[in-house]
Design a protein around this ligand. Structure first.
Ligand code: SAM
Length: 377
């Protein structure tokens, strides 16, 4: 074991050549994901938090150390992970640990519960108990969604990571049909579409429990997707969320269209996918505010949230390289395109989905025209 520091926590992690060889999983790259999650818990102020798939326990331990959450539960099915979670809680949080079968309790400044078992079983046994529930699985979260939705209190928050990017981005189409009952898309829109397919799936799962979904923040980074969703209680809220589902059509030139609707109204559609907002602006503002005096672990956390906060929240984006290729132009500078669109009275910003893309309310024809004019100048 080696000790690593992250945020206010210091934790023991197995020494391994490659992260997936380790008996208990720890990925330092995901410290940005954990930073944002810690800030989210700080801003939302939940009382009870479940880190349903904890591995070393780093995430839940950071929630206990860096947020006002009063009761934090950690869980993993793996015996070695359970042993390591106990050690790491002991290293970081004062108080005595009581063990009962596959569960340990700590009553100190905080209540910490460490459980060894199947996350689905734990969540099923704790019906509408947690104010904030975090799913951070290997690959797809779908096998945990039903029980997670039942285990969050009404109007609580569900946070979900999905690392099956290849599935959601269309590299494995059949897997996407099976797991998400959605048609993925490849090409420059694949990451945003993948994120929207993930949210769309959670909306459909939630709707049957008369739960609507309010997106607090949803993003793509590195090899994963991450969403923070407020589960709003009531059939009308669920109806409203379902009405934000629809389909996307895109071609090789970079042109796209999307429409809301239960079924696609012409062939070649990707989806169903979420066409509503990907952020709640006041929530993101609060994240930035609370990040300023926080011991963040990853140096890109704050700039990344800032980029998202400045991003125009409209569905999909134009990839300038794709457009340039289709029109046989050399790719122009993104900043120049953005400025020209603004000069014409449109909104236009960068997007975290791609360093070569623009989010704008301008129609395709205008963006293509601007590209050609910039080239001609
Ligand atoms: N949340 C951790 C972090 O931030 O470092 C990483 C979690 S890791 C990606 C996923 C964990 O889920 C693994 O430790 C694995 O043992 C555990 N796991 C897989 N299936 C499970 C199940 N059905 N119930 C509980 N834990 C499970």
């Amino acid at each position: 074991l080696v000790e690593v520091k992250e945020g206010l926590a210091r934790i023991l992690v197995p020494k391994a050549e490659r992260i997936y060889d380790a008996p208990v999983f720890y990925n330092p790259i995901m410290s940005l994901n954990r930073d944002i999650s810690v800030l989210a818990v700080k801003v939302l102020g939940p009382k009870g938090v479940l880190d349903a798939l904890s591995a070393t326990g780093i995430r839940g331990i950071r929630y206990a150390l860096e947020t006002p959450a009063e009761e934090v539960w950690l869980n993993d099915i793996n015996e070695e992970a359970y042993g390591l979670m106990k050690k790491n809680v002991g290293l970081n949080i004062g108080g005595e640990l009581y063990e009962e079968g596959d569960r340990s309790y700590l009553w100190g400044e905080k209540i910490v519960v460490i459980n060894r078992g199947d996350a689905n079983r734990l969540m099923a046994e704790n019906f509408r108990y947690f104010d904030f529930l975090d799913l951070d699985p290997f690959g797809s979260p779908v096998e945990f969604l039903d029980t997670a939705l039942r285990s969050v209190r009404r109007n609580g928050v569900l946070a979900v990571t999905a690392t099956d990017t290849g599935v959601l981005c269309g590299a494995y189409r059949n897997a996407c049909l099976r797991k998400y009952l959605a048609e993925p898309i490849r090409g420059p829109l694949c990451h945003e579409a993948g994120l929207r397919i993930l949210i769309g799936t959670i909306v459909r799962y939630a709707a049957k429990y008369d739960l609507g979904v309010g997106v607090l923040l949803a993003y793509h980074r590195d090899h994963y997707f991450r969403v923070f969703l407020r589960l709003e209680s009531g059939a009308k809220k669920a109806d409203r969320s379902v009405s934000q589902l629809g389909y996307l059509w895109a071609d090789k030139s970079g042109r796209f269209e999307y429409r809301r609707g239960f079924l696609p109204d012409k062939p070649g559609a990707s989806g169903p996918l979420w066409l509503g907002p990907l952020k709640d602006e006041s929530f993101v503002e609060k994240l930035i505010e609370s990040a300023k005096d926080h011991p963040l672990a990853h140096k890109k956390t704050l700039p990344f949230i800032q980029l998202i906060s400045e991003e125009l929240d409209v569905p999909f984006h134009y990839d300038t390289h794709t457009l340039a290729r289709a029109c046989s132009l050399t790719p122009p500078k993104l900043d120049v395109i953005i400025q020209r669109l603004k000069d014409l009275g449109y909104s236009a910003t960068k997007t975290h989905f791609s360093p070569t893309s623009v989010k704008t309310d301008a129609p395709f024809r205008v963006v293509a025209e601007v590209m050609k004019n910039v080239q001609a100048d």
